[in-house]
Design a protein around this ligand. Structure first.
Ligand code: NDP
Length: 246
């Protein structure tokens, strides 16, 4: 699955799944643009990509901020002329039981996890449509399919992302753009190491493949969906969860 000559952008590439996706795409030959909300947030990611003999660059962008997203798209399109692969990976959690969940925590999660991908897709889809090709890959979650106690905001955002993605898949199919969701299960990153050990143990027992996922497990699926091999796949949700939710 070669991506030589492709330009790819990964939001939230400073750590965890986003970093693994950026490295995976770079190893497949793509030139990767990494974003984070911090100026030097992606430094380690860039180092790991250059250690693998590939080049990449970093851009700062809070995806919940429309002006920053517009500036990001302007910079990318001015510098590279196009974007071939867009991976909306950045996401946050603000967990809490529903009766205690504040509207602020609900809005914050929706702003990053659902409005963010909307803004980023909007900023790049016109140029993809003009180029008559492109790949949009949105990182959802299995809880967008199943719901999850304590994550009403997060589950709503990820379920919404599936609806957004299917709509984009339909609107842009005629322009050669595919749009898919990858829904990871439990992947070991900063986001999940905060989960209490007892709950982690219970979750592990629910995974037929008997291990938590690695960020690379998600990255491999992104590389596949970015490749020519996945050219006939659109509007789908690919679950990467070791069989947890089957
Ligand atoms: P991490 O918390 O480890 O990393 C989150 C990334 O998102 C960071 O790079 C962070 O960048 C970035 N980010 C957060 N808010 C914003 C924002 N407003 N604008 C731009 N970037 C932002 O998370 P994971 O790697 O675990 O998760 C990545 C994605 O995978 C998320 O969408 C998550 O919902 C999803 N996912 C994760 C699962 C897991 O088990 N880990 C399971 C299912 C889905 P920085 O802070 O440097 O700005």
């Amino acid at each position: 699955m070669q991506l030589n000559g492709k330009i790819a952008l990964v939001t939230g590439a400073s750590r965890g799944i986003g970093r693994a996706i950026a490295i995976g795409l770079a190893k497949a030959g793509a030139q990767v643009l990494c974003t984070s909300t911090k100026q030097d947030g992606c430094d380690d990611t860039l180092l790991q990509i250059s250690a693998a003999g590939m080049s990449s660059s970093a851009l700062m962008c809070d995806i919940s901020n429309a002006a920053q997203v517009e500036q990001l798209a302007k910079t990318v399109l001015d510098q590279h002329g196009r974007l071939d692969i867009l991976v909306n990976n950045a996401g946050i959690t603000r967990d809490g039981l529903f009766l205690r969940m504040s509207a602020e925590d609900y809005d914050a999660v929706l702003a990053t996890n659902l409005r963010g991908p909307f803004l980023v897709c909007k900023a790049f889809s016109r140029s993809m449509a003009k180029a008559r090709g492109g790949r949009i890959i949105n990182i959802g979650s299995v809880v967008g399919l199943t719901g999850n106690a304590g994550q009403a905001n997060y589950a709503a955002s990820k379920a919404g992302l599936i609806g957004l993605t299917k709509s984009l898949a339909q609107e842009f199919a005629g322009r050669g753009i595919t749009a898919n969701v990858i829904a990871p299960g439990f992947i070991t990153t900063d986001m999940t190491t905060a989960i209490p050990e007892g709950i982690q143990k219970t979750m592990l027992e629910m995974i037929p493949l008997a291990r938590f996922g690695k960020p690379e497990d998600v990255a491999n699926a992104v590389v596949f969906l970015s490749s020519d091999a996945a050219g006939y796949i659109t509007g789908q949700t690919l679950v990467v969860d070791g069989g947890m939710t089957m």
